[in-house]
Design a protein around this ligand. Structure first.
Ligand code: GTP
Ligand code: MG
Length: 198
């Protein structure tokens, strides 16, 4: 797949409005502000493709990107945006849960976590769901440019160890990533290519 050719497809407020459930899809999930939209932009070399923001909660719809014939990348709304009303939060979670459970073409989950605050409650929920439902997951420890290589690698090892200890390592891989420095793009591409193969 040539990720440089990825294009915006559509935004869906609900599952009913998603593109037809065929082919292969990979979803980017994570807490608000983790860097999901930035990662999609870094991957595609198009800084304007997915909207990013310093304000958490920027992405409120399920955004679909066309990556090839019946292959899509999905930018999911972030979890945990404190300034949004409780009812809105519940609404998002419902859509998110619906999407994850219903979407037949979903091949893998890219789970993004700020490397400085990995494995928060939401992340563990997502990983538990992924492992239990046999959905492979790839963790991006994002914003690695904020740390030196040594500390960044130590966090990666600690995350891998914690996953093993909690039985959350089946089908789960972990890598360091930075959208600003483009660290780890090749690794991410390899994982996406495996999942998106038709
Ligand atoms: P929501 O759509 O709100 O869920 O957020 P998101 O996960 O899509 O995060 P987004 O990509 O909008 O990035 C949030 C903030 O983090 C922005 O200010 C980005 O510029 C910043 N950011 C994202 N990736 C990186 C990175 O690799 N390094 C650094 N230093 N900042 C980053
Ligand atoms: Mg976003």
């Amino acid at each position: 797949i040539n990720y440089r050719n990825v294009q915006f497809l559509t935004s869906a407020p609900t599952l009913a409005e998603c593109p037809e459930d065929t082919g292969a899809e990979v979803a980017f999930a994570g807490r608000s502000n983790a860097g999901k939209s930035s990662a999609i932009n870094a991957l595609t070399g198009n800084s304007k493709l997915a909207r990013t923001s310093k304000t958490p909660g920027r992405t409120q719809l399920i955004n679909f990107f066309h990556a090839g014939d019946d292959q899509r990348l999905v930018d999911l709304p972030g979890y945990g945006y404190a300034k949004v009303a409780r009812s809105m939060k519940d609404e998002w979670q419902r859509h998110l849960a619906f999407y994850l459970e219903q979407r037949q073409c979903l091949r893998g989950l890219v789970l993004l976590m700020d490397i400085r605050q990995p494995l928060k409650e939401f992340d563990l929920h997502m990983l538990t769901w992924a492992v239990q439902s046999g959905m492979p997951a790839h963790i991006l420890l994002t914003k690695a440019d904020k740390l030196k290589n040594g500390p960044a690698n130590n966090i990666r090892f600690a995350v891998e160890k914690a996953l093993k200890e909690q039985g959350l390592d089946t089908g789960v891989t972990v890598q360091i990533f930075s959208s600003t420095k483009k660290t780890g793009l090749d690794k991410l591409e390899r994982r996406l290519n495996q999942w998106l193969a038709l």
